[in-house]
Design a protein around this ligand. Structure first.
Ligand code: NAP
Length: 307
């Protein structure tokens, strides 16, 4: 773990968000803000609220259609560029070497920026056979200073291995679906072994099901926190970069208020293999130490291998 940014919020509340050191030496806030499925004007409002609440890392994508709104909010905040960490992603139709170079310029122009902090290939699309030449274009953008760090999203072990074996730059992150119902242990272990940071999308399970889990409610009650805060704390404890999305001001504030408490640091008795659906759901929460009944508190993965 690297440095941290500390923000004075509302004149009284101080938020300190840790930063992780990426493999290329850049530092990225461990908790940021996502804007998937948010229209352009709503994204402007949500990002403005997020910045007021201390978020400094914003995750958008060319495919979200809201880079202009995000850019307006960034400019209106008056925050120095160096305090901000902006990620966007290259969409599937933008793959290919020259397409990718053009796509990055188009995203920069919509965001109103002259460089990105992190640029990701949104999906590998192995059937198209273009992700490697697309990655070469991202390497060029990095070398040219248009992008500070480059990474991928939704890449499998196979696709990652190919990039690592055949290209020059190791992806700084792989942004993948990850939450307590879908823990992706195998992929996370591969990331760990290759210096790639895991960034969790849908960290709250996109708001469905997970946040209504009765075991999670018991854990939240035991800590005097909300289910979303417990889930975000769990992500932070296992070392993920996490980018929860909300357009609701109270939730935007709630989701960054996760640094004032801890979950017990003990190894879970059994790890969840990554089950999304069906009756095994609550296995995840039993693994956090709730099987003995309400009031017991969860354990994030305490082992060094999980960090
Ligand atoms: N790389 C990819 O392929 C990919 C795919 C999906 C997402 N992402 C990125 O990851 C970010 C996060 O993922 P996501 O947006 O899919 O899902 P998410 O952050 O897991 O969940 C967002 C949903 O949870 C609700 N929510 C947020 N905070 C809450 C709280 N404290 N209590 C209760 N409900 C809460 C939101 O509702 P309201 O907004 O109504 O408050 C929204 O419906 C995205 O915004 C995007 O930047 C990337």
């Amino acid at each position: 773990m690297g440095s941290a940014h500390t923000i004075q919020r509302g004149g009284t509340v101080t938020v300190t968000v840790p930063k992780v050191d990426l493999i290329d030496g850049a530092a990225m806030p461990q908790l940021g803000f996502g804007v998937f499925q948010v229209g352009d004007d709503e994204a402007e409002r949500a990002v403005a609220t997020a910045l007021e609440n201390g978020y400094r890392s914003i995750d958008t994508a060319s495919a979200y259609g809201n880079e202009e709104g995000v850019g307006r909010a960034l400019r209106a905040s008056g925050l120095p560029r160096d305090e901000l960490f902006v990620t966007t992603k290259l969409w599937n139709s933008e793959q290919g070497h020259d397409n990718a170079l053009r796509a990055c310029e188009a995203s920069l122009s919509r965001l109103g920026l002259d460089r990105l902090d992190l640029y990701l290939i949104h999906w590998p699309m192995p059937g198209r056979g273009l992700y490697l030449e697309t990655w070469r274009a991202l390497e060029k953008l990095k070398a040219d200073g248009r992008v500070r760090s480059i990474g991928v999203s939704n890449f499998t072990v196979e696709a990652l291995r190919r990039v690592i074996d055949e290209a020059d730059v190791v992806p700084a992150v792989n942004q993948i679906e990850l939450h307590p119902y879908f823990q992706q242990d195998g992929l996370r272990a591969f990331h760990r072994d290759h210096g790639i940071h895991t960034e969790a999308w849908a960290p709250l399970g996109q708001g469905h099901g997970l946040l209504d889990d009765p075991a999670l409610a018991r854990i939240a009650e035991a800590h005097g926190r909300t289910p979303a805060q417990i889930v975000l704390r769990w992500h932070l404890d296992i070392g993920d970069i996490v980018i929860p999305k909300s357009v609701t001001p109270s939730r935007i504030a709630e989701n960054i208020d996760v640094f004032g408490f801890e979950l017990p640091r003990r190894r879970p008795p059994h790890r969840d293999p990554g089950i999304r659906h069906g009756s095994s759901r609550s296995v995840t929460f039993r693994a956090w130490g709730t099987s003995g009944g309400a009031g017991r508190v969860p354990a994030g993965c305490a082992s060094r291998r999980c960090r």
